[in-house]
Design a protein around this ligand. Structure first.
Ligand code: ADP
Ligand code: ADP
Length: 226
């Protein structure tokens, strides 16, 4: 995933806000890159540009050597995990996971195989028939993750996925997200304002402030040279 000089300017009531200012980064296959910074620094806008919910004012987004800058979200092979989970409340765990697969016209046995593989991977075995309101917050997060991964996206995006969980569960889930991300070797971009979270899950941390990239490095680099 490559972001080339991505810039996003919002204009409202005649006032211009530079939300993202020349963001330039190559994200290697299988890496987890975290966008870290205070509220309003441009993290979410960057993520939404990668997902295709926003078009940059200038610059390009390349995915698998293809220019996707002007492609809509559904044509990018990118999946996003939200803090609100966005699960279907009337569907069971396995139905939630299978939902997107229905568009892929797989046969029954292939569909079953994928659902079993995913419930195993994210640790939801035995809970396949439950509905979201019969699950804990951590378990709902696991369903959301499985539902994204089953589509086999090229890139997985996380928008503050743990902010609705209590402190203890946040710690468990960030380790789980990292384990699962490494197990399937999926390229990921992760947005957070939590420094500890960024330190514990990232290959690369991009520190942002007021739309600008201030620092890029491994957790060790960022820690050692604050
Ligand atoms: P973060 O995710 O780091 O909190 P955002 O990317 O949401 O930051 O926002 C970056 C800046 O862009 C902020 O100043 C925000 O107010 C502004 N912004 C974001 N979206 C819009 C929008 N749709 N219209 C106008 N300004 C926006
Ligand atoms: P976890 O730490 O795994 O997220 P919790 O400690 O919150 O789980 O919950 C423990 C158990 O209680 C879980 O196995 C979960 O299935 C069950 N549980 C939690 N919330 C609910 C609920 N609202 N309805 C039914 N079962 C629940």
């Amino acid at each position: 995933l490559i972001l080339k000089n991505v810039r996003k300017v919002f204009t409202s009531y005649g006032v211009e806000t530079v939300a993202v200012d020349n963001f330039d980064q190559v994200i290697e296959k299988g890496q987890l890159v975290t966008l870290l910074g205070p509220s309003g620094c441009g993290k979410t806008t960057t993520l939404r540009i990668i997902a295709g919910f926003e078009v940059p004012t200038s610059g390009r987004v390349l995915l698998d050597e293809r220019d996707v800058t002007n492609l809509p979200p559904n044509r990018r092979n990118i999946s996003m995990v939200f803090q609100s989970y966005a699960l279907f409340p009337h569907l069971t765990v396995e139905e939630n996971i299978a939902f997107g697969l229905k568009l892929k016209r797989l046969d029954r046995s292939e569909m079953r195989r994928k659902i079993i593989e995913m419930t195993d991977l994210v640790g939801l075995k035995g809970l396949e028939k439950r509905r979201p309101d019969q699950l804990s917050g951590g378990q709902q997060q696991r369903v959301a993750l499985a539902r994204s991964l089953v589509m086999e996206p090229s890139v997985l995006l996380f928008d503050e996925p743990l902010s609705n969980l209590d402190a203890k569960l946040r710690e468990t889930m960030r380790l789980e997200i990292r384990r699962i991300q490494q197990e399937v070797n999926i390229t990921s971009v992760y947005v957070t304002h939590d420094q500890v979270e960024a330190m514990s899950i990232s290959d690369v941390i991009v520190v942002m402030n007021q739309g600008k990239v201030m620092q890029i490095g491994s957790p060790f680099d960022i820690y050692a040279r604050p």
